[in-house]
Structure formats: structure tokens, C-alpha cells
Design a protein around this ligand. Structure first.
Ligand SMILES: *[C@@H]1O[C@H](CO)[C@@H](O)[C@H](O)[C@H]1NC(C)=O
Ligand SMILES: *[C@@H]1O[C@H](CO)[C@@H](O)[C@H](O)[C@H]1NC(C)=O
Ligand SMILES: *[C@@H]1O[C@H](CO)[C@@H](O)[C@H](O)[C@H]1NC(C)=O
Ligand SMILES: *[C@@H]1O[C@H](CO)[C@@H](O)[C@H](O)[C@H]1NC(C)=O
Ligand SMILES: *[C@@H]1O[C@H](CO)[C@@H](O)[C@H](O)[C@H]1NC(C)=O
Ligand SMILES: *[C@@H]1O[C@H](CO)[C@@H](O)[C@H](O)[C@H]1NC(C)=O
Length: 632
């Protein structure tokens, strides 16, 4: 059943409408009969540009054969997490052993110091938590070590460590640089000599063609090995001799214009759906609506978070995420050079460190010491406030920006307008209602989607940044569709139960605070972060598709009809809520974040990363290792 997404021309799609409708009914019948969850994983009933056939019926009532798919996904997440926890190590020798098993090498020099630091700070040590480091650094084993050192040192923004002392090179005073410097400062005594080139832009910077990365990664695999103790060199060469060398390397070639989608997809595997799909030219009107359940979902809900987040697997994103419509700034290279930054796309080759905002004490991002009151005291409402960013939105393409789409989709008035639209069924002025009917909503048995949303959501932009914009922070072309509301402090947002978190120009800097709060984060993103392998979707947060097709299903599951919801005849109906489940994820996520996303955990991650980076930048890298735990 898994199909490659295919985009149809508008005329074909009108003709295809009937087919899709029939397909729906058939597909619907199929999953009712198919009771084995595994067989339904990743099912996709088809894709296309077709708008929905008819306004979603307010009385759609398909009995669901098994417990809700989210019940199943939550149960599965719990199991996944248990397995991960079972891999915890608590002494140096088993930690080094787990390292050798997973990485195929001896650990880097200083590993014992790293372990002691982690232990002293009560870190939960699971080797898998560091997978991102190896994902990011492994390709560098395929290029010359000297080149890595040169590119690192000559980048315009560098934090350098020499003999445990820190120096910083940059142009002007920069907040991010200050924060990252402060972070590295805390662990400088443990670090080898190293140059850390850091990205000062929101956007990630390195996209190496997939075939090159494949070659580099093969080289890394070939270079693996755990030579006998006597053959191992226990110390890095250091940068003394290198610092005498005055040659300046050629700057990597920068790409500063062109369609970002076309620049980015070279990083996708040759057989991925995105690789050969060229960028779209016309961004007028709402983005095409994927029909049926999303790829990698279980009955429509995220089941493979990696697939959901990956634009290589989800090529619809080329015309429905601001990053690909038009990023704010573009300066990227096809050459594998080291650049450290807070987030990246799956096709990027930047090296991840914890984002500077996660180190910040700014209450705008962190909510200060306030993480929210008890669950029971919160409003049963979805809250979201954010700027109209996500890229450079313009008059001809703003409908393709994820934040604009999200705010429209959760706006009860706008949705009701679309539902009752007789000229264009399912059409808002600038968005199309996605066919959520496959999601078996409880609430829509009693009411229309718009009234339900109006009762349960409070979602708004705090500005309408646009290009070109006007002086007063208004936007001539989006003003009619959005009401700008004042921004809201985090602490205030924590009075609400549901906190959707979606990308801005890159990742969202609030995510860590949301995880640490007593409210429930609902997360959609295409960006990777340092902490990804520590968090289990459906246990620590609720994952969401970037098309947001599943948002109504998710909210329906947790909120049901909503508190004090009155149907048209005035009776109050309370049905379908899973408040206890929402509370469980909110609090599991919080407890877990307090154990593995602490500032200490960021330091432990960065220390490990820099020890590895110093080794891969060393001419002697294949011989250098930590073997003190082994006997001769
Ligand atoms: C938004 O809707 C208006 C009114 O229907 C239309 O004129 C405009 O072209 C639309 N904008 C986009 C970007 O589709
Ligand atoms: C998730 O999908 C990726 C490909 O996008 C695949 O490599 C991985 O094995 C899948 N994971 C699971 C648990 O199915
Ligand atoms: C977005 O729309 C503007 C205005 O029409 C256009 O100049 C720009 O090229 C569009 N972006 C892309 C990536 O096509
Ligand atoms: C109804 O749909 C048409 C396009 O099909 C659109 O131009 C119009 O703005 C929509 N009306 C409402 C109230 O959403
Ligand atoms: C919701 O949509 C309506 C109709 O398009 C619009 O007038 C209103 O400003 C929107 N509200 C918000 C919070 O954006
Ligand atoms: C009002 O509507 C609800 C839900 O649709 C229904 O269960 C109930 O019987 C209705 N009550 C009256 C008095 O019609």
C-alpha cells in the first residue's frame, strides 16, 4: 500500500476526486477488518493535490474496532524506552565496553575523565544517547584530518581551547557566541586542544551530496577497529605544531542563491522520494493536500518519527514549509567542512551542539524557574503564540508557510468558514481544510469542527512579519486573515494544558522549556537537535505531522468534546477525552527532561563531542584511543 507521493495537475485531480472518495471508503473498510496493528504501520492510502470532496460531515460516525491508535502508540513507546533504559551503564569498564560495541573503536583519550564527570553529575549514561555525535562526525573520517583542522581554525566564528584556556574569534558582539562560550568555559579543563567553528545564522550550512557522504561513511567503517593495547597511542598529537603553520585554506564554496529545495535535496538518498523532485515554481493558493494517512504513520498518527521529520521522505514539504519556500538567509556549502550549530535538517552535515537558547536564562525561552502548576489546575485549552516567521513570506507564497497554515487550521472561525463554504467546499480564503475524516473524531459527532476548535484553542500570531512589510509591523496581504495578539510569557502559557511547538526560521527555541514544563508539548518539526535520541515520542512528548493533518485527531483524543462543551440543542456533552493520558505524557516528559536534558547533560554531551572531534581532526586518529580499562 505504500506509495510514492505523486502530484497531479489540478484538472486531473478534479477528475480523480471521485476515485479518491471511493478509495477512502474502501481503505476505511480495509482497516476496520485488519486488526493486526503491525500490518497497518506506514500505510498510506494515496497522495494527490485533490481538495476534499465535500465539507466534512458533522455526523461522521465510524465505530472504531480496537482501542484508539494513540493507546497502542503510547504502550509501544513505553516498551521502547524500557529497552533503552536497560542499556544503562554505571562503571567505567562497562561504559567503555558499550562504547566499543556500538562504535567499533576504542573510546577517545580522556574517556575516563569524561566518565567521572558524568558520574559525578549523576548523569544517566546510555551509549545510544550519543548517537547523534557519531551520525555527525563519522563522515569526517572520510576526509583529511589536516583539512578539518584548517577549516575549523579559519572559520570567522571560532571558540578555541589551548592548554585548558579559551579564546574566541568573531566579528561583533553576538549573544549566541557569548552563551556557547560560557558553556565551553564550564568544561575547558577537560578538553583537548580544539577549534570549534560555530554557526551564527539561524539556518544550517552544510549539505554534501549524498554520494560523497556515502563514500565518507564507508571510509569510516573501513577505518574502524580495536587494535591491541600496545598498538594504541594514548595521547592526541595536540595543536602546537599546527599553530605554527601559517597557511590559510581556501574558503569553502558558498551557495547564496537559488531554490533552497534544489540545493537541499542533493543530500537525499538516490532512491528517496525527494531526490529527483524539482522545486515548485508556483506557490499561489494553499499547498496540495496529502490524502489518506501519512507515510510512516500508524492509522494516521506518527509511528516513525524519523520518517515524519525527514523532507527526503516527505517531499510535500518542498511546498508547505517555509524553509523550502524561501529561507530568510542562505549561505550553504556542498563541501564537507566542520560547522557546529544548534539545529539542522536531516540532509545537513553540520555538527550539532545544544542550541544557545537552551543555555540561556532568558525567561522568553525558559520561563525562568516556573515550570507550571499542577495539571489539574490548567485550562483544557491549546495555547500557541508566535511570530509569522519560518522564512521570508511574500504576497505570492505566504500560504505555504507552516506557521500561517497552523494558525489557520486551529482558528475555529476560519475552519468554520471553510466547512460551510458552498462556493469552494472545504476552502478557506487562503487554506484548504485537510480531509481529517479518516481520523474518526469523537467531537464531530456532536458539532462542527469550527465550533469545537473555537471552544478549545487559543492560537494566534504575535506579529505579521512580511516582505515587504510596513513600519507598524503589519502586513498588507496577511492582515485580513490573522488577528495579532500580544505575546505571552512562558509562565503564562503553562496555565494551559496543550502546547503545540512548531518550527520557526529553523528549530523552535522553546522546546526544552516545554518539555520541562508540567504542560504537554505537541511537536512538529523537520529539524534535528542534539537530544533527539534521548526522547521517545508518545512517552515524553506528542509527535505531530508537518502537514498538521493529524492535529484534529490528536486534540480529539486528548480533549474529546472539551470541558463544558454545549451541543447545538444546548445540552452539555463530555465525551472522548483522555485527560489522564495527556497528563501522563506531560509529566513523564518533564521527569525525563529533568534527568537527561539538564545543563549538566549538555556539558557531558559537548565534552564527549569535542573529545571525538579533536581525535578525528588528528593525523594520528586511527591509532589514538583510550585503553586504560583494558589489560595489556
Ligand atoms: C489569498 O486569497 C486571496 C483572496 O481569495 C487571493 O487574491 C490571493 O491570491 C491568495 N493568496 C495566495 C498566496 O494564494
Ligand atoms: C523509520 O524509518 C526509517 C527510514 O525513514 C528506517 O530506516 C527505520 O528503520 C524506521 N524505524 C522503525 C522503528 O521502523
Ligand atoms: C516567493 O514569492 C516571491 C514574490 O512573488 C518571489 O519573488 C519568490 O521567488 C518566491 N519564492 C520562491 C522560492 O519562489
Ligand atoms: C470559499 O472558497 C473560495 C474558493 O473556492 C474562496 O475564494 C473563498 O474565500 C471561500 N470563502 C470562505 C468564507 O472561506
Ligand atoms: C481567524 O480567522 C478569521 C477569519 O479568517 C480572522 O478574521 C481572524 O482574525 C482569525 N483569528 C486569528 C486569531 O488569527
Ligand atoms: C441534544 O443533542 C445530544 C447530542 O447530539 C443528544 O444526545 C441529546 O439527546 C439531545 N437532547 C435533546 C433534548 O434533544
Amino acid at each position: 500500500m505504500r506509495k510514492r507521493p505523486q502530484l497531479l495537475s489540478p484538472r486531473t485531480s478534479i477528475r480523480a476526486l471521485g476515485c479518491f472518495a471511493l478509495f477512502f471508503v474502501l481503505a476505511g473498510t480495509l482497516w476496520l477488518w485488519d486488526a493486526k496493528p503491525q500490518r497497518r504501520m506506514g500505510m498510506k492510502t494515496g497522495t494527490g493535490t485533490a481538495p476534499i470532496a465535500a465539507p466534512p460531515s458533522a455526523t461522521y460516525e465510524e465505530p472504531h474496532p480496537v482501542a484508539h491508535p494513540i493507546d497502542y502508540l503510547m504502550k509501544k513507546a513505553y516498551g521502547t524506552h524500557r529497552v533503552l533504559l536497560g542499556k544503562q551503564t554505571t562503571d567505567l569498564s562497562s561504559t567503555a565496553k558499550a562504547y566499543r560495541k556500538r562504535r567499533g573503536r576504542h573510546p577517545p583519550p580522556g574517556f575516563d575523565k569524561w566518565f567521572q564527570y558524568a558520574k559525578k553529575h549523576n548523569a544517566i549514561i546510555v551509549e545510544d544517547f550519543f548517537d547523534q555525535i557519531y551520525h555527525d562526525l563519522n563522515p569526517f573520517w572520510g576526509v583529511e584530518a589536516k583539512g578539518i583542522r584548517e577549516q575549523s581554525k579559519h572559520f570567522p566564528h571560532v571558540i578555541s581551547v589551548r592548554n585548558g584556556k579559551l579564546t574566541v574569534k568573531t566579528d561583533i558582539e553576538r549573544d549566541w557566541m557569548k552563551l556557547w562560550k560560557d558553556l565551553v568555559q564550564k568544561i575547558k579543563g577537560f578538553l583537548p586542544d580544539v577549534d570549534i567553528p560555530v554557526n551564527m545564522m539561524d539556518e544550517s550550512r552544510v549539505i554534501v551530496p549524498w554520494s560523497d557522504i556515502d563514500r565518507y561513511v564507508q571510509a569510516e567503517r573501513k577505518s574502524r577497529g580495536t587494535p591491541p593495547v600496545k598498538a594504541v597511542v594514548k595521547k592526541l598529537t595536540g595543536l602546537k605544531a599546527f599553530d605554527q603553520d601559517k597557511t590559510t585554506p581556501a574558503e569553502p564554496p558558498w551557495i547564496t542563491q537559488g531554490k533552497f529545495w534544489d540545493i537541499a535535496r542533493v543530500g537525499c538518498a538516490p532512491d528517496s522520494p525527494a531526490r529527483n523532485l524539482a522545486a515548485v515554481d508556483d506557490f499561489k493558493g494553499p499547498p496540495p493536500i496529502p490524502v489518506g494517512f501519512p507515510l510512516g504513520s500508524f492509522e494516521g498518527y506518527v509511528a516513525n518519527w524519523t520518517t515524519t521529520k525527514d523532507p527526503c521522505q516527505q517531499p510535500d514539504l518542498r511546498e508547505s514549509h517555509g524553509t523550502f519556500v524561501e529561507p530568510i538567509s542562505l549561505k550553504t556549502t556542498n563541501k564537507l567542512v566542520p560547522i557546529f550549530g544548534g539545529s539542522k535538517l536531516p540532509m545537513n552535515n553540520d555538527i550539532l551542539i545544544p542550541p544557545a537558547m537552551y543555555w540561556s536564562k532568558d525567561p522568553l525561552y525558559s520561563g525562568g524557574e516556573n515550570h507550571g502548576g499542577p495539571w489539574e489546575s490548567k485550562k483544557d485549552v491549546v495555547i500557541w503564540r508566535g511570530g509569522a516567521n519560518g522564512g521570508r513570506n511574500r504576497v505570492n507564497n505566504w500560504t505555504r508557510f507552516h506557521r500561517h497554515r497552523f494558525v489557520s487550521m486551529l482558528n475555529g472561525t476560519a475552519v468554520q468558514g471553510a466547512e460551510t463554504n458552498t462556493t469552494g467546499p472545504g476552502q478557506g480564503p487562503n487554506f484548504s481544510l485537510q480531509s481529517y475524516r479518516t481520523y474518526h473524531l469523537t467531537a464531530t459527532r456532536y458539532t462542527d469542527l469550527g465550533s469545537w476548535l473555537a471552544h478549545n484553542t487559543d492560537v494566534a500570531m504575535v506579529n505579521l512579519i512580511c516582505f515587504p512589510g510596513t513600519q507598524d509591523n503589519k502586513c498588507p496581504y496577511t492582515d485580513p486573515y490573522y488577528e495579532v495578539k500580544p505575546s505571552m510569557q512562558m509562565a503564562e502559557q503553562y496555565r494551559y494544558k496543550y502546547l503545540p511547538d512548531i518550527d520557526g526560521n529553523s528549530f523552535s527555541g522553546r522546546y526544552r522549556s516545554f518539555l520541562l514544563s508540567t504542560s504537554l508539548p505537541i511537536k512538529a518539526t523537520i529539524y534535528s537537535e542534539w537530544h533527539d535520541s534521548r526522547l521517545t515520542p508518545w512517552l515524553h512528548f506528542v509527535p505531530m505531522e508537518n502537514s498538521f493533518i493529524d492535529v484534529y485527531g490528536i486534540l480529539d483524543y486528548f480533549i474529546g468534546t472539551g470541558v463544558n462543551f454545549k451541543t447545538k440543542n444546548g445540552t452539555v456533552v463530555v465525551e472522548g477525552a483522555h485527560d489522564e493520558e495527556a497528563r501522563t505524557i506531560a509529566l513523564e516528559g518533564k521527569q525525563w527532561a529533568e534527568k537527561v536534558l539538564r545543563k549538566e547533560d549538555m556539558l557531558i554531551y559537548v565534552m564527549r563531542l569535542l573529545m571525538e572531534f579533536a581525535r578525528v581532526s588528528d593525523d594520528n586518529r586511527e591509532k589514538v584511543g583510550f585503553v586504560e580499562d583494558l589489560s595489556e
